[in-house]
Design a protein around this ligand. Sequence first.
Ligand code: SAH
Ligand code: SF4
Ligand code: F3S
Length: 471
Amino acid sequence: MELPDYIKAKKRTKEKVEKELYELDDSLKKIGSGKKYFLKTYGCQMNEHDSENIKAMLEELSFVEVDNYKDADLVLLNTCSIRENAHNKAFGMLGRLKHIKEKDNPDLIVGLCGCMAQEEGVVEKIIKKYKWVNFVFGTHNMHRLPYILNDALQSQKQEIEVLSREGNIIEGVPVKRESPYKAYVNIIYGCDKFCTYCIVPYTRGKQRSRNPKDIIREVEELVKEGYKEVTLLGQNVNAYGKDFDYQYTMENLLEDVSHTGIPRIFFMTSHPWDFTDGMIDVIAKNKNIMPYVHLPVQSGSSRILKLMGRRYTKESYLELFDKIRERIPNVSLSTDIIVGFPGEEEEDFLETLDLVEHCKYDNAYTFIYSPREKTPAAKLDNQVPEEVKEERLQRLNKVVNKYFLQQNKKLVGQVLSVLVEGTSTKKNELFGYTETKKLINFKGDESLIGKIINVEVVDAKTWSLDGKVVE
Ligand code: SAH
Ligand code: SF4
Ligand code: F3S
Protein backbone atom coordinates (compact mmCIF):
# COMPACT_ATOMS: atom_id res chain seq x y z
CA MET A 1 0.00 0.00 0.00
CA GLU A 2 1.34 3.42 -0.95
CA LEU A 3 -0.41 6.51 0.38
CA PRO A 4 -0.29 10.18 -0.65
CA ASP A 5 1.87 12.53 1.43
CA TYR A 6 1.43 16.30 1.04
CA ILE A 7 4.87 17.25 2.28
CA LYS A 8 6.46 15.09 -0.39
CA ALA A 9 3.92 16.29 -2.97
CA LYS A 10 4.89 19.90 -2.35
CA LYS A 11 8.63 19.34 -2.90
CA ARG A 12 10.15 20.53 -6.15
CA THR A 13 13.50 18.99 -7.02
CA LYS A 14 15.94 19.48 -9.86
CA GLU A 15 15.85 15.74 -10.50
CA LYS A 16 15.86 15.06 -14.22
CA VAL A 17 12.64 13.69 -15.65
CA GLU A 18 13.21 10.77 -17.98
CA LYS A 19 11.01 9.27 -20.65
CA GLU A 20 9.65 5.78 -20.18
CA LEU A 21 7.65 3.56 -22.53
CA TYR A 22 4.29 2.08 -21.57
CA GLU A 23 4.39 -1.70 -21.52
CA LEU A 24 1.68 -4.24 -20.98
CA ASP A 25 2.39 -7.79 -19.94
CA ASP A 26 0.71 -10.26 -22.35
CA SER A 27 -0.58 -12.30 -19.43
CA LEU A 28 -2.97 -9.47 -18.49
CA LYS A 29 -4.64 -9.10 -21.86
CA LYS A 30 -7.61 -11.31 -20.99
CA ILE A 31 -8.35 -10.29 -17.40
CA GLY A 32 -11.41 -8.34 -18.51
CA SER A 33 -12.82 -11.00 -20.87
CA GLY A 34 -16.61 -11.03 -20.73
CA LYS A 35 -16.62 -8.03 -18.36
CA LYS A 36 -18.08 -4.57 -18.85
CA TYR A 37 -16.74 -1.28 -17.53
CA PHE A 38 -18.15 2.16 -16.85
CA LEU A 39 -15.84 5.16 -16.46
CA LYS A 40 -17.08 8.44 -15.00
CA THR A 41 -14.93 11.54 -15.50
CA TYR A 42 -14.99 14.71 -13.40
CA GLY A 43 -12.86 17.84 -13.84
CA CYS A 44 -10.82 19.49 -16.56
CA GLN A 45 -9.72 18.61 -20.10
CA MET A 46 -6.63 16.98 -18.68
CA ASN A 47 -8.78 14.51 -16.80
CA GLU A 48 -10.93 13.98 -19.89
CA HIS A 49 -7.82 13.12 -21.83
CA ASP A 50 -6.55 10.83 -19.05
CA SER A 51 -9.89 9.05 -19.31
CA GLU A 52 -9.25 8.49 -23.02
CA ASN A 53 -6.05 6.70 -21.98
CA ILE A 54 -7.77 4.76 -19.21
CA LYS A 55 -10.47 3.52 -21.59
CA ALA A 56 -7.89 2.28 -24.07
CA MET A 57 -5.91 0.52 -21.32
CA LEU A 58 -9.07 -1.22 -20.05
CA GLU A 59 -9.99 -2.28 -23.57
CA GLU A 60 -6.52 -3.77 -24.05
CA LEU A 61 -7.39 -5.90 -21.02
CA SER A 62 -10.55 -7.03 -22.91
CA PHE A 63 -13.07 -4.99 -20.90
CA VAL A 64 -15.97 -3.57 -22.96
CA GLU A 65 -17.43 -0.11 -22.31
CA VAL A 66 -21.07 0.40 -21.26
CA ASP A 67 -22.81 3.72 -20.80
CA ASN A 68 -24.85 2.87 -17.71
CA TYR A 69 -23.02 2.10 -14.48
CA LYS A 70 -25.81 -0.27 -13.45
CA ASP A 71 -24.79 -2.66 -16.27
CA ALA A 72 -21.08 -2.67 -15.39
CA ASP A 73 -18.83 -5.22 -13.69
CA LEU A 74 -16.19 -2.53 -13.11
CA VAL A 75 -16.89 1.12 -12.28
CA LEU A 76 -14.01 3.56 -12.19
CA LEU A 77 -14.30 7.20 -11.09
CA ASN A 78 -11.69 9.60 -12.50
CA THR A 79 -12.02 12.39 -9.96
CA CYS A 80 -11.30 16.12 -9.55
CA SER A 81 -10.28 18.04 -6.42
CA ILE A 82 -10.54 21.61 -7.63
CA ARG A 83 -13.64 22.60 -5.62
CA GLU A 84 -15.77 21.09 -2.87
CA ASN A 85 -18.65 20.28 -5.23
CA ALA A 86 -16.40 18.08 -7.39
CA HIS A 87 -15.64 16.11 -4.20
CA ASN A 88 -19.28 15.88 -3.26
CA LYS A 89 -20.24 14.56 -6.68
CA ALA A 90 -17.67 11.76 -6.50
CA PHE A 91 -18.65 10.77 -2.95
CA GLY A 92 -22.32 10.90 -3.97
CA MET A 93 -21.56 8.45 -6.78
CA LEU A 94 -19.66 6.20 -4.37
CA GLY A 95 -22.82 6.15 -2.22
CA ARG A 96 -24.89 4.90 -5.16
CA LEU A 97 -22.29 2.28 -5.99
CA LYS A 98 -22.27 1.02 -2.39
CA HIS A 99 -26.01 0.51 -2.65
CA ILE A 100 -25.62 -1.54 -5.85
CA LYS A 101 -22.85 -3.60 -4.30
CA GLU A 102 -24.98 -4.37 -1.23
CA LYS A 103 -28.27 -5.01 -3.02
CA ASP A 104 -27.72 -6.17 -6.61
CA ASN A 105 -24.15 -7.01 -7.43
CA PRO A 106 -21.75 -7.97 -4.61
CA ASP A 107 -19.05 -8.73 -7.20
CA LEU A 108 -19.00 -5.18 -8.56
CA ILE A 109 -15.42 -3.86 -8.71
CA VAL A 110 -15.10 -0.18 -7.83
CA GLY A 111 -12.02 1.96 -8.38
CA LEU A 112 -11.13 5.60 -7.78
CA CYS A 113 -8.39 7.54 -9.53
CA GLY A 114 -7.51 11.09 -10.60
CA CYS A 115 -6.80 14.13 -8.47
CA MET A 116 -8.85 13.17 -5.38
CA ALA A 117 -6.76 10.02 -5.08
CA GLN A 118 -3.73 12.28 -4.50
CA GLU A 119 -5.34 13.86 -1.41
CA GLU A 120 -4.31 12.55 2.00
CA GLY A 121 -7.76 13.20 3.52
CA VAL A 122 -9.64 11.43 0.74
CA VAL A 123 -7.49 8.32 0.90
CA GLU A 124 -7.78 8.19 4.72
CA LYS A 125 -11.55 8.34 4.36
CA ILE A 126 -11.58 5.56 1.74
CA ILE A 127 -9.47 3.32 3.98
CA LYS A 128 -11.62 3.94 7.06
CA LYS A 129 -15.14 4.36 5.71
CA TYR A 130 -15.14 2.96 2.18
CA LYS A 131 -13.49 -0.40 2.74
CA TRP A 132 -15.59 -1.84 -0.08
CA VAL A 133 -13.81 0.33 -2.70
CA ASN A 134 -11.54 -2.18 -4.42
CA PHE A 135 -8.69 -0.04 -5.66
CA VAL A 136 -7.25 3.47 -5.76
CA PHE A 137 -4.46 4.88 -7.89
CA GLY A 138 -3.24 8.44 -8.45
CA THR A 139 -2.35 10.73 -11.33
CA HIS A 140 1.36 9.85 -11.31
CA ASN A 141 0.92 6.12 -11.86
CA MET A 142 -2.12 6.01 -14.14
CA HIS A 143 -0.14 3.79 -16.55
CA ARG A 144 0.02 1.12 -13.80
CA LEU A 145 -3.76 0.62 -13.96
CA PRO A 146 -3.57 -2.89 -15.51
CA TYR A 147 -1.29 -4.12 -12.73
CA ILE A 148 -3.16 -2.46 -9.84
CA LEU A 149 -6.49 -3.71 -11.16
CA ASN A 150 -5.11 -7.21 -11.62
CA ASP A 151 -3.84 -7.20 -8.02
CA ALA A 152 -7.26 -6.04 -6.79
CA LEU A 153 -8.99 -8.81 -8.75
CA GLN A 154 -6.60 -11.43 -7.40
CA SER A 155 -6.20 -10.36 -3.78
CA GLN A 156 -9.79 -9.48 -2.82
CA LYS A 157 -8.46 -6.76 -0.56
CA GLN A 158 -8.31 -3.01 -1.02
CA GLU A 159 -5.36 -2.05 -3.25
CA ILE A 160 -4.07 1.48 -2.81
CA GLU A 161 -1.14 2.72 -4.86
CA VAL A 162 -0.72 6.49 -4.87
CA LEU A 163 2.67 8.07 -5.45
CA SER A 164 3.26 11.44 -3.81
CA ARG A 165 5.99 12.42 -6.23
CA GLU A 166 5.66 12.56 -9.97
CA GLY A 167 7.78 10.05 -11.83
CA ASN A 168 8.88 9.95 -15.42
CA ILE A 169 6.90 10.98 -18.46
CA ILE A 170 5.26 7.88 -19.92
CA GLU A 171 5.02 7.70 -23.70
CA GLY A 172 3.03 5.20 -25.73
CA VAL A 173 0.03 4.87 -23.42
CA PRO A 174 -2.83 3.74 -25.68
CA VAL A 175 -5.67 6.18 -26.31
CA LYS A 176 -9.34 5.84 -27.26
CA ARG A 177 -10.28 9.32 -28.46
CA GLU A 178 -13.80 10.61 -27.92
CA SER A 179 -13.91 12.46 -31.25
CA PRO A 180 -12.68 11.45 -34.71
CA TYR A 181 -12.05 15.14 -35.54
CA LYS A 182 -10.70 16.84 -32.42
CA ALA A 183 -7.87 15.56 -30.24
CA TYR A 184 -6.26 16.52 -26.96
CA VAL A 185 -2.47 16.43 -26.87
CA ASN A 186 -0.60 16.78 -23.57
CA ILE A 187 2.38 19.09 -23.75
CA ILE A 188 3.21 19.82 -20.12
CA TYR A 189 2.31 17.99 -16.91
CA GLY A 190 2.01 19.44 -13.39
CA CYS A 191 2.25 23.00 -12.17
CA ASP A 192 4.81 24.95 -10.15
CA LYS A 193 2.84 28.16 -9.66
CA PHE A 194 1.31 27.28 -6.28
CA CYS A 195 -1.47 29.87 -6.42
CA THR A 196 -2.51 29.97 -2.77
CA TYR A 197 -6.08 28.70 -3.34
CA CYS A 198 -5.20 25.85 -5.70
CA ILE A 199 -4.70 22.14 -5.11
CA VAL A 200 -3.38 21.25 -8.58
CA PRO A 201 0.38 21.60 -7.77
CA TYR A 202 -0.15 18.92 -5.09
CA THR A 203 -2.30 16.58 -7.16
CA ARG A 204 -0.38 16.86 -10.44
CA GLY A 205 3.20 17.32 -9.27
CA LYS A 206 6.01 19.40 -10.62
CA GLN A 207 6.04 21.01 -14.03
CA ARG A 208 7.40 18.60 -16.67
CA SER A 209 7.41 19.33 -20.40
CA ARG A 210 6.95 16.56 -22.90
CA ASN A 211 9.66 16.17 -25.52
CA PRO A 212 8.79 18.31 -28.59
CA LYS A 213 9.58 15.41 -30.96
CA ASP A 214 6.98 13.21 -29.26
CA ILE A 215 4.38 15.99 -29.47
CA ILE A 216 5.04 16.70 -33.15
CA ARG A 217 4.96 12.99 -33.98
CA GLU A 218 1.59 12.65 -32.25
CA VAL A 219 0.14 15.61 -34.16
CA GLU A 220 1.55 14.30 -37.48
CA GLU A 221 -0.18 10.97 -36.82
CA LEU A 222 -3.43 12.79 -36.10
CA VAL A 223 -3.14 14.69 -39.40
CA LYS A 224 -2.67 11.36 -41.21
CA GLU A 225 -5.74 9.93 -39.48
CA GLY A 226 -7.82 12.88 -40.72
CA TYR A 227 -8.07 14.88 -37.49
CA LYS A 228 -8.97 18.54 -38.00
CA GLU A 229 -8.13 20.00 -34.62
CA VAL A 230 -5.75 19.62 -31.69
CA THR A 231 -5.84 21.23 -28.26
CA LEU A 232 -2.44 21.41 -26.63
CA LEU A 233 -2.99 20.76 -22.94
CA GLY A 234 -1.29 21.83 -19.73
CA GLN A 235 -2.13 23.65 -16.48
CA ASN A 236 0.11 26.42 -17.72
CA VAL A 237 1.12 25.79 -21.31
CA ASN A 238 3.15 29.00 -21.49
CA ALA A 239 5.71 27.49 -19.13
CA TYR A 240 6.38 24.83 -21.75
CA GLY A 241 10.09 24.11 -22.16
CA LYS A 242 11.24 25.99 -19.08
CA ASP A 243 12.45 22.73 -17.58
CA PHE A 244 14.57 21.76 -20.61
CA ASP A 245 18.34 22.15 -20.54
CA TYR A 246 18.12 23.56 -24.06
CA GLN A 247 16.33 26.59 -25.46
CA TYR A 248 12.89 25.58 -26.74
CA THR A 249 9.75 27.42 -25.66
CA MET A 250 5.98 27.50 -26.22
CA GLU A 251 6.63 29.90 -29.06
CA ASN A 252 8.83 27.33 -30.82
CA LEU A 253 6.36 24.54 -30.15
CA LEU A 254 3.41 26.49 -31.55
CA GLU A 255 5.40 27.26 -34.68
CA ASP A 256 6.43 23.62 -35.15
CA VAL A 257 2.94 22.25 -34.49
CA SER A 258 1.63 24.78 -36.99
CA HIS A 259 3.95 23.31 -39.66
CA THR A 260 2.39 19.84 -39.28
CA GLY A 261 -0.54 21.23 -41.29
CA ILE A 262 -3.22 20.35 -38.74
CA PRO A 263 -6.05 22.75 -39.68
CA ARG A 264 -6.81 24.04 -36.17
CA ILE A 265 -4.65 24.46 -33.09
CA PHE A 266 -5.96 25.51 -29.68
CA PHE A 267 -3.98 25.59 -26.44
CA MET A 268 -5.08 25.64 -22.78
CA THR A 269 -4.46 27.13 -20.22
CA SER A 270 -2.28 30.23 -20.35
CA HIS A 271 -1.10 31.86 -17.14
CA PRO A 272 -0.78 35.61 -17.79
CA TRP A 273 2.66 35.62 -16.14
CA ASP A 274 4.40 33.56 -18.84
CA PHE A 275 2.66 34.99 -21.92
CA THR A 276 5.40 36.45 -24.14
CA ASP A 277 5.29 38.92 -27.04
CA GLY A 278 6.84 36.18 -29.16
CA MET A 279 3.83 33.94 -28.50
CA ILE A 280 1.46 36.71 -29.54
CA ASP A 281 3.37 37.11 -32.82
CA VAL A 282 3.35 33.37 -33.56
CA ILE A 283 -0.42 33.17 -32.97
CA ALA A 284 -1.06 36.26 -35.11
CA LYS A 285 1.15 35.00 -37.94
CA ASN A 286 0.01 31.38 -38.34
CA LYS A 287 -3.45 30.87 -39.79
CA ASN A 288 -3.94 27.45 -38.23
CA ILE A 289 -3.27 28.69 -34.69
CA MET A 290 -6.74 29.72 -33.61
CA PRO A 291 -7.33 33.30 -32.47
CA TYR A 292 -8.61 32.20 -29.09
CA VAL A 293 -6.85 32.85 -25.80
CA HIS A 294 -8.08 31.64 -22.44
CA LEU A 295 -6.43 34.02 -20.00
CA PRO A 296 -7.62 33.40 -16.42
CA VAL A 297 -7.56 36.60 -14.36
CA GLN A 298 -9.10 35.23 -11.11
CA SER A 299 -9.65 38.71 -9.62
CA GLY A 300 -9.58 42.37 -10.65
CA SER A 301 -8.14 43.53 -7.34
CA SER A 302 -4.36 43.80 -7.23
CA ARG A 303 -4.52 43.33 -3.45
CA ILE A 304 -6.37 40.00 -3.79
CA LEU A 305 -4.17 38.93 -6.73
CA LYS A 306 -1.17 39.33 -4.44
CA LEU A 307 -2.81 37.20 -1.74
CA MET A 308 -3.62 34.63 -4.42
CA GLY A 309 0.05 34.51 -5.44
CA ARG A 310 -0.80 35.25 -9.07
CA ARG A 311 2.32 37.37 -9.79
CA TYR A 312 0.55 40.11 -11.78
CA THR A 313 -1.50 43.20 -10.98
CA LYS A 314 -4.77 44.40 -12.46
CA GLU A 315 -2.77 46.92 -14.50
CA SER A 316 -0.21 44.47 -15.89
CA TYR A 317 -2.99 41.99 -16.75
CA LEU A 318 -4.88 44.68 -18.64
CA GLU A 319 -1.74 45.70 -20.50
CA LEU A 320 -1.25 42.11 -21.70
CA PHE A 321 -4.96 41.71 -22.46
CA ASP A 322 -5.06 44.86 -24.60
CA LYS A 323 -1.88 43.85 -26.43
CA ILE A 324 -3.36 40.46 -27.34
CA ARG A 325 -6.59 42.07 -28.50
CA GLU A 326 -4.70 44.61 -30.60
CA ARG A 327 -2.18 42.30 -32.25
CA ILE A 328 -4.19 39.16 -33.00
CA PRO A 329 -6.90 39.90 -35.58
CA ASN A 330 -10.45 38.84 -34.52
CA VAL A 331 -9.15 37.29 -31.32
CA SER A 332 -11.58 35.98 -28.76
CA LEU A 333 -10.64 36.08 -25.07
CA SER A 334 -12.07 34.12 -22.19
CA THR A 335 -11.23 33.92 -18.51
CA ASP A 336 -11.71 32.29 -15.10
CA ILE A 337 -12.79 34.36 -12.09
CA ILE A 338 -13.03 33.41 -8.43
CA VAL A 339 -15.30 35.39 -6.08
CA GLY A 340 -15.05 35.35 -2.30
CA PHE A 341 -11.34 34.66 -1.86
CA PRO A 342 -10.51 35.12 1.88
CA GLY A 343 -10.47 38.81 2.77
CA GLU A 344 -12.20 39.92 -0.45
CA GLU A 345 -14.09 43.13 0.39
CA GLU A 346 -16.86 44.76 -1.60
CA GLU A 347 -14.34 47.22 -3.05
CA ASP A 348 -12.12 44.35 -4.29
CA PHE A 349 -15.14 42.77 -5.91
CA LEU A 350 -16.02 46.08 -7.57
CA GLU A 351 -12.50 46.09 -9.06
CA THR A 352 -13.31 42.70 -10.60
CA LEU A 353 -16.55 44.05 -12.08
CA ASP A 354 -14.62 47.04 -13.41
CA LEU A 355 -12.07 44.76 -15.08
CA VAL A 356 -14.85 42.71 -16.68
CA GLU A 357 -16.45 45.92 -18.00
CA HIS A 358 -13.12 46.73 -19.65
CA CYS A 359 -12.34 43.27 -21.02
CA LYS A 360 -15.82 42.39 -22.29
CA TYR A 361 -14.89 38.71 -22.36
CA ASP A 362 -16.27 36.37 -24.99
CA ASN A 363 -16.60 33.74 -22.31
CA ALA A 364 -15.89 33.45 -18.58
CA TYR A 365 -15.98 30.62 -16.08
CA THR A 366 -16.96 32.04 -12.71
CA PHE A 367 -16.46 30.24 -9.41
CA ILE A 368 -17.12 30.64 -5.71
CA TYR A 369 -13.90 30.25 -3.74
CA SER A 370 -13.71 26.80 -2.20
CA PRO A 371 -11.12 26.11 0.54
CA ARG A 372 -8.90 23.17 -0.44
CA GLU A 373 -7.10 20.76 1.88
CA LYS A 374 -3.81 22.19 3.20
CA THR A 375 -3.55 25.06 0.70
CA PRO A 376 -2.33 28.37 2.23
CA ALA A 377 -5.58 30.26 1.49
CA ALA A 378 -7.68 27.66 3.31
CA LYS A 379 -5.80 28.54 6.52
CA LEU A 380 -6.63 32.27 6.35
CA ASP A 381 -9.13 33.24 9.03
CA ASN A 382 -11.03 35.97 7.14
CA GLN A 383 -13.12 33.59 5.02
CA VAL A 384 -16.03 35.29 3.23
CA PRO A 385 -19.52 34.16 4.35
CA GLU A 386 -21.31 31.81 1.96
CA GLU A 387 -24.23 34.17 1.28
CA VAL A 388 -21.85 37.02 0.34
CA LYS A 389 -20.01 34.74 -2.09
CA GLU A 390 -23.32 33.63 -3.64
CA GLU A 391 -24.51 37.19 -4.03
CA ARG A 392 -21.25 38.30 -5.67
CA LEU A 393 -21.33 35.36 -8.06
CA GLN A 394 -24.81 36.32 -9.19
CA ARG A 395 -23.85 39.95 -9.74
CA LEU A 396 -20.73 38.90 -11.64
CA ASN A 397 -22.62 36.46 -13.82
CA LYS A 398 -25.08 39.14 -14.83
CA VAL A 399 -22.24 41.34 -16.12
CA VAL A 400 -20.27 38.60 -17.89
CA ASN A 401 -23.43 37.26 -19.58
CA LYS A 402 -24.24 40.71 -20.90
CA TYR A 403 -20.90 40.80 -22.71
CA PHE A 404 -21.15 37.25 -24.10
CA LEU A 405 -24.30 38.36 -25.89
CA GLN A 406 -22.79 41.68 -26.97
CA GLN A 407 -19.69 39.95 -28.42
CA ASN A 408 -21.82 37.35 -30.18
CA LYS A 409 -24.04 40.01 -31.72
CA LYS A 410 -21.01 41.59 -33.41
CA LEU A 411 -20.68 38.39 -35.45
CA VAL A 412 -24.13 38.59 -37.08
CA GLY A 413 -23.73 38.90 -40.85
CA GLN A 414 -20.15 37.52 -40.83
CA VAL A 415 -19.14 34.33 -42.62
CA LEU A 416 -17.14 32.11 -40.24
CA SER A 417 -15.14 28.94 -40.63
CA VAL A 418 -16.82 26.11 -38.68
CA LEU A 419 -15.77 22.56 -37.84
CA VAL A 420 -19.03 20.58 -38.07
CA GLU A 421 -19.22 18.15 -35.18
CA GLY A 422 -22.61 16.48 -35.28
CA THR A 423 -26.38 16.80 -35.12
CA SER A 424 -27.83 18.82 -32.27
CA THR A 425 -30.21 17.00 -29.97
CA LYS A 426 -32.93 19.63 -29.75
CA LYS A 427 -33.67 20.50 -33.32
CA ASN A 428 -33.14 18.83 -36.61
CA GLU A 429 -29.87 20.72 -37.11
CA LEU A 430 -26.11 20.41 -37.27
CA PHE A 431 -23.75 22.05 -34.80
CA GLY A 432 -20.11 23.01 -34.86
CA TYR A 433 -17.57 25.41 -33.44
CA THR A 434 -16.05 28.53 -34.95
CA GLU A 435 -12.34 29.38 -34.81
CA THR A 436 -13.05 31.22 -31.57
CA LYS A 437 -14.90 28.29 -29.98
CA LYS A 438 -18.40 29.68 -30.47
CA LEU A 439 -21.11 27.06 -30.68
CA ILE A 440 -23.14 27.53 -33.88
CA ASN A 441 -26.31 25.70 -34.97
CA PHE A 442 -27.44 25.52 -38.61
CA LYS A 443 -29.39 23.39 -41.08
CA GLY A 444 -27.36 21.12 -43.33
CA ASP A 445 -26.70 17.64 -44.59
CA GLU A 446 -25.11 15.08 -42.24
CA SER A 447 -22.39 14.51 -44.84
CA LEU A 448 -20.89 17.81 -43.63
CA ILE A 449 -20.01 16.31 -40.22
CA GLY A 450 -16.24 16.28 -39.74
CA LYS A 451 -15.66 18.98 -42.36
CA ILE A 452 -14.61 22.59 -42.01
CA ILE A 453 -17.15 24.76 -43.84
CA ASN A 454 -18.26 28.40 -44.12
CA VAL A 455 -21.34 29.40 -42.18
CA GLU A 456 -22.97 32.81 -42.12
CA VAL A 457 -24.13 34.00 -38.69
CA VAL A 458 -27.81 34.97 -38.81
CA ASP A 459 -28.62 35.34 -35.11
CA ALA A 460 -26.78 35.60 -31.78
CA LYS A 461 -27.73 34.36 -28.32
CA THR A 462 -25.79 34.48 -25.04
CA TRP A 463 -24.40 30.95 -25.36
CA SER A 464 -24.64 30.17 -29.08
CA LEU A 465 -25.08 31.43 -32.61
CA ASP A 466 -27.51 30.46 -35.36
CA GLY A 467 -26.23 30.29 -38.89
CA LYS A 468 -26.77 29.18 -42.47
CA VAL A 469 -24.36 27.28 -44.64
CA VAL A 470 -22.68 29.33 -47.38
CA GLU A 471 -22.48 27.27 -50.58
N1 SAH B 1 -4.08 26.26 -14.54
C1 SAH B 1 -5.19 27.07 -14.79
C2 SAH B 1 -6.39 26.77 -13.91
C3 SAH B 1 -6.78 25.40 -13.60
S1 SAH B 1 -8.08 25.23 -12.47
C4 SAH B 1 -4.77 28.52 -14.55
O1 SAH B 1 -4.01 28.81 -13.69
O2 SAH B 1 -5.30 29.35 -15.21
C5 SAH B 1 -9.39 26.06 -13.31
C6 SAH B 1 -9.96 27.20 -12.55
O3 SAH B 1 -10.55 26.75 -11.34
C7 SAH B 1 -8.97 28.24 -12.08
O4 SAH B 1 -8.60 29.12 -13.09
C8 SAH B 1 -9.70 28.93 -10.97
O5 SAH B 1 -10.50 29.98 -11.45
C9 SAH B 1 -10.61 27.83 -10.43
N2 SAH B 1 -10.16 27.37 -9.12
C10 SAH B 1 -9.00 26.78 -8.78
N3 SAH B 1 -8.95 26.54 -7.46
C11 SAH B 1 -10.12 27.00 -6.94
C12 SAH B 1 -10.67 27.03 -5.62
N4 SAH B 1 -10.00 26.59 -4.59
N5 SAH B 1 -11.91 27.57 -5.48
C13 SAH B 1 -12.61 28.04 -6.53
N6 SAH B 1 -12.14 28.02 -7.78
C14 SAH B 1 -10.90 27.50 -7.99
FE1 SF4 C 1 -3.60 26.18 -9.99
FE2 SF4 C 1 -2.32 28.44 -10.31
FE3 SF4 C 1 -1.27 26.19 -11.25
FE4 SF4 C 1 -3.41 27.23 -12.40
S1 SF4 C 1 -1.37 28.15 -12.31
S2 SF4 C 1 -3.09 25.09 -11.85
S3 SF4 C 1 -4.54 28.09 -10.68
S4 SF4 C 1 -1.58 26.71 -9.11
FE1 F3S D 1 -9.60 18.92 -11.30
FE2 F3S D 1 -7.28 17.77 -11.30
FE3 F3S D 1 -8.12 18.99 -13.45
S1 F3S D 1 -8.13 18.94 -9.64
S2 F3S D 1 -9.39 20.61 -12.63
S3 F3S D 1 -9.02 17.21 -12.57
S4 F3S D 1 -6.03 18.85 -12.73
